[in-house]
Design a binder for this molecule. Structure first.
Ligand code: BG6
Length: 482
């Protein structure tokens, strides 16, 4: 563990992300002895409040069984500074507080001190805060790291502008762009599965794989976030970042080493081989309320315009144009207000040309990211007992059964720990981001310029009509039931 004296400043400390994710993750690390010993945490936001009120908010999302003693120890290292996002004096006050706290600990002159600036902020104040951090808070005499959260722009152009603005202030090695999917246990497991097992790597290509699906389903709508969501839609909210990041790890070639830059080189390389997505290869949906009125439609939200065409569901077929994957369709699908919570990667293998057993169903490898971490391999067996028929079964590695005594950490906790260790492996580099926008921007512009109307689907359903046919027809997916 890294033990450099560390100061973490959370900008946007009174917001939802900080309350729900950042502070619980920091507490998780603290509780497990994973924060460097002399860590100080500052919350910074516009809301006027005293330390006590801030502490109350910080603990509001801690688990109810959190150890009380540890909680009060943790709160003792958390301070609050209120200030505007565009006022020099306010940032100067923050800087003075940091200096004073470091002087108290006698660490203010140590060159290996680390400052982490965590921007849990809406995009409208991003550049202003980054500018003031650089101008008023950044400390040349120590290591500075800045964490930024999506959205990283709205399309290629705005993202390029943002990268330029951030790049003018901070070096790429100081920047940590969070995509929290890269902190999930099963996503972090993909490289190990692929490159540490002889049998997976051998079949991980177009000769054996028929199609790949990456699916994200949520059983709730955009309630409470309609205003934000309507500006972005499901493609920007989930696909262009989370699902494409997962795709790049499933599709990439083996990195030279486990070094962050080698991994990110390979991911970028494979993203470069993905053709921009066509509207014809896309199915868009928007949820409507249930028949019985128990669940609202997307447009029933007061913060969503009544004529909104923003998709809350999208499914598209993508192609990776390289020797490993040419000809293999990748179906990525994401939707809100669907029938279940699920995020998984399904790799369907080709038909088995068996002379002994005709009409076999296909093998599949499923990596389930959530809600329950699991890897299972759909495998054909002889039906046990006197029958000579075949059955589809699975080699099942459900983590809650196999590793029931290990608590899987929240993605944010592992990512913050990576930042403290200066490890960029699970963060998005600017060239990856640029590629991700290149793949989606023409589609997004076309949808918006032509006001493409998404197909309606009922809250709690499997998605718009034709969702399953899309996968079977466009990706040659065959159901695996025998
Ligand atoms: C966020 C999106 O990035 O990811 C949300 O903005 C989405 O709309 C969330 O609900 C999903 O994350 P998780 O970890 O709950 O699967």
């Amino acid at each position: 563990q890294n033990d450099e004296p560390t100061t973490i400043v959370v900008f946007g400390a009174s917001g939802d992300l900080a309350k729900k994710k950042t502070f619980p993750a920091l507490f998780h690390l603290y509780q497990n002895g994973l924060l460097p010993k002399r860590t100080k945490i500052f919350g910074y936001a516009r809301t006027q409040m005293d330390h006590a009120e801030f502490h109350k908010r910080v603990v509001s999302h801690f688990k109810s069984d959190a150890d009380k003693e540890k909680v009060s120890e943790f709160l003792a290292i958390c301070k609050y500074v209120s200030g505007k996002y565009d006022v020099d004096d306010d940032f100067e006050r923050l800087r003075a507080e940091i200096d004073a706290a470091e002087a108290d600990e006698n660490v203010n002159t140590l060159p290996d001190r680390v400052h982490v600036y965590y921007m849990a902020l809406p995009p409208s104040v991003f550049v202003s805060v980054a500018t003031h951090i650089k101008k008023n808070v950044y400390d040349e005499s120590c290591v500075n790291r800045i964490i930024i959260e999506k959205p990283f722009g709205h399309d290629s152009e705005s993202s390029k502008q943002l990268s330029q603005d951030i790049g003018a202030l901070f070096e790429e090695k100081e920047v940590f762009r969070i995509d929290h999917y890269l902190g999930k246990e099963m996503v972090k497991n993909i490289m190990t599965l692929r490159f540490a097992n002889v049998f997976y790597e051998a079949v991980w290509n177009r000769h054996y794989v028929s199609n790949i699906q990456i699916t994200f389903k949520e059983p709730f709508g955009t309630e409470g976030r309609g205003g934000y969501f309507d500006e972005f839609g499901i493609i920007r909210d989930v696909m262009q970042n989370h699902l494409l990041q997962v795709l790049s790890i499933v599709a990439m070639n083996q990195p030279k080493t486990l070094d962050a830059e080698d991994i990110r080189d390979r991911k970028t390389e494979v993203l470069r081989r993905i053709l921009p997505i066509q509207l014809e290869d896309t199915l868009l949906g928007q949820y409507v309320g249930t028949h019985d009125g128990s669940k609202p439609g997307y447009k029933d939200d007061d913060t969503v315009p009544k004529d909104s065409n923003t998709p809350t569901f999208a499914q598209c077929v993508m192609h990776v144009d390289n020797d490993r994957w040419r000809g293999v369709p990748w179906v990525i699908k994401a939707g809100k207000a669907l029938d279940e919570a699920k995020m998984l990667i399904r790799i369907q293998f080709k038909d088995m040309p068996s002379a002994l057993f005709p009409n076999l169903a296909r093998n599949e490898l499923v990596i389930q990211v959530s809600p329950k971490e699991a890897v299972y391999l759909k495998t054909i067996v002889k039906k046990p007992g006197l029958s000579t028929r075949l059955a589809m079964s699975e080699l099942d590695l459900t983590y809650s059964k196999r590793y029931h005594d290990i608590k899987i950490p929240d993605a944010y906790a592992t990512l913050i720990l990576d930042v403290l260790n200066g490890d960029h492996s699970n963060f998005v580099r600017s060239d990856e981001l640029e590629e991700a926008w290149r793949i989606f921007t023409p589609l997004l512009h076309k949808i918006e310029d032509e006001s493409v109307v998404p197909f309606p689907y009922e809250y709690g359903s499997r998605g718009p009509k034709g969702v399953d046919e899309f996968t079977s027809e466009r990706a040659n997916y065959k159901r695996t039931n025998l």
